[in-house]
Design a protein around this ligand. Structure first.
Ligand SMILES: Nc1ncnc2c1ncn2[C@@H]1O[C@H](COP(=O)(O)OP(=O)(O)OP(=O)(O)O)[C@@H](O)[C@H]1O
Ligand SMILES: [Mg+2]
Length: 267
């Protein structure tokens, strides 16, 4: 079954770009084998070729792409409110595989996965991000709260799901699904502010203790003492900026401290 839907781009322009990708090499790829995303970048747009477009959040079947259509509307509404999401402008699918077209995010991934084993790159990026003004961190947290309150999942594990541009600030890509609550498979509706003290910091810094998909462990043994000190210093600045941003968005410091205090009582 072929499905074509357009939400914010003329069908002819969408088709032209999709056709053009057939003679192009993709510039980026995702690292989940389920969707196997290949990203083709144009000046203004990104065309994503992917598998399993007709599945939301791994578990929810979306054969007619009605959930995806609703997601596209949610993202356009968020964008209209000034939230820096990259909306879905068009989708074309044949038996579940196909293309999604988005505006191209500006600037660069917080950390480009193709470079995270290059210590010079990582050191340069943490230093760069430690100089991002507080107002951009404030907007980053404010936008995440809006996105989550709109029922959309943010994948904080991928540091390349977030872009930064010096005049625009942080932007959000890879918003592929609503949360389970929106599909009726969970009773819990995530609240943007409640989760703020937990995962929202994760994409921004490059921890010296590897977590999730961080590959920092590969470069740690290569760092000189001074480089390690520089990494830690810049991480700390980024962490403080994120923390201030969470507080600036109306979350009490007390809640932050509670969130970070291990919930283990020694008998
Ligand atoms: N709108 C966009 N603008 C610019 N680059 C993009 C855009 N969408 C995707 N990319 C590039 O392609 C990469 C992979 O895209 P995306 O994150 O959507 O794929 P994915 O398969 O969901 O990846 P994963 O599940 O591993 O996070 C991004 O990290 C980014 O480098
Ligand atoms: Mg991604």
């Amino acid at each position: 079954m072929i499905i074509k839907k357009h939400f914010g781009i003329a069908p002819e322009s969408a088709q032209q770009m999709i056709d053009a990708t057939k003679n192009m090499m993709h510039e980026k790829s995702g690292d989940n084998g389920f969707q196997n995303t290949k990203a083709f970048l144009f000046d203004e747009y990104a065309v994503l070729n992917m598998q399993n477009i007709n599945v939301r959040n791994v578990a929810t079947q979306d054969p007619d792409l009605e959930h995806l259509e609703r997601l596209a509307k949610t993202l356009l509404d968020l964008q209209a409110k000034g939230v820096n999401v990259m909306p879905i402008l068009a989708v074309q699918s044949e038996n579940g595989s196909g293309y999604i077209i988005q505006p191209r995010a500006r600037g660069a991934e917080l950390y480009d996965r193709d470079n995270v084993n290059n210590k010079d790159y990582v050191l340069e990026r943490v230093e760069f991000l430690s100089n991002v003004p507080q107002k951009h961190f404030d907007k980053y947290i404010a936008d995440i709260i809006e996105i989550i309150d709109a029922g959309v999942i943010v994948d904080f594990v991928g540091k390349d799901n977030f872009f930064y541009h010096e005049s625009i600030g942080f932007q959000f890509i890879d918003l592929n699904a609503h949360c389970d609550y929106e599909y009726g498979i969970s009773d819990e509706k995530p609240q943007g502010k409640q989760a703020a003290p937990y995962g929202y910091f994760l994409p921004c810094y490059f921890d010296t203790v590897p977590k999730y998909r961080d590959t920092v462990s590969k470069i740690l043994p290569e760092l000189t003492g001074a480089e390690r000190a520089s990494l830690e210093k810049h991480n700390r600045i980024i962490f403080e900026r994120c923390k201030t941003a969470v507080i600036n968005n109306g979350i009490a410091e007390k809640e932050m401290i509670e969130a970070w205090t291990p919930n283990i009582k020694i008998a």
